[in-house]
Ligand binder design. Structure first.
Ligand SMILES: [Zn+2]
Ligand SMILES: [Zn+2]
Length: 195
């Protein structure tokens, strides 16, 4: 009799342990499910136009684009079009309709005419590497000042070369100016650089 009770007890204990194991497994599974649920519920909530979620998600997401939008959201000539590139001369962003590509250079319509109507010469050829990124900064500043304050059209081209010996990419910053302004602007750039 005693033996029977002991074996029954053992069986009961084993059964209990199996039950506990199943319970732990179920709880574990349930917790896993709960962890995943927030992700899916957020995305489904986001599509619901409930005001709570609007304040939670939408501004955060649209804030960045909005910031860009306030700066350059649409082409100056076409309010409905998003800009695809900038003009080399005025550096404004224009849409596909307004940009003219010529030998991989992009201009707005007005400045393509400026480009086509003039002869251009490069007055700089400044080597810039990853270690010396500031070497040509003054050229860009000079170009922008010229355009902003005097509406003198110039453009900067960057010519890339791979230096195989040293395994670096070199870029040559070339400022192009109208032929008749070469001397004047070369001198002015020199004094500009000294500042
Ligand atoms: Zn332009
Ligand atoms: Zn446009």
């Amino acid at each position: 009799m005693n033996n029977l009770i002991i074996t029954l007890l053992i069986i009961l204990i084993v059964l209990l342990m199996v039950l506990i194991a199943i319970a732990i497994y179920l709880v574990y599974k349930f917790m896993l499910k709960n962890q995943q649920q927030p992700k899916t519920s957020v995305s489904s909530k986001a599509s619901n136009p409930s005001p709570e979620n609007m304040s939670d998600n939408v501004p955060a997401r649209s804030e960045k684009p909005k910031f860009h939008i306030s700066e350059k959201s649409h082409c100056p000539n076409h309010k409905e079009n998003t800009p695809v590139g900038t003009c080399l001369i005025c550096e404004e962003a224009f849409c596909e309709e307004c940009l003219i590509e010529h030998e991989s250079l992009y201009f707005c319509k007005e400045h393509f005419r400026t480009y086509a109507d003039n002869k251009w010469e490069k007055i700089t050829d400044i080597l810039t590497t990853a270690e010396t990124p500031e070497a040509s900064m003054h050229v860009y500043d000079f170009k922008r000042d010229l355009w902003q304050f005097e509406k003198v059209p110039t453009f900067v081209l960057t010519h890339y070369k791979i230096n195989v010996a040293e395994d670096i990419i070199e870029s040559y910053v070339q400022l192009h100016v109208r032929e008749n302004e070469v001397l004047e602007l070369t001198n002015r750039l020199k004094t500009f650089q000294k500042k």
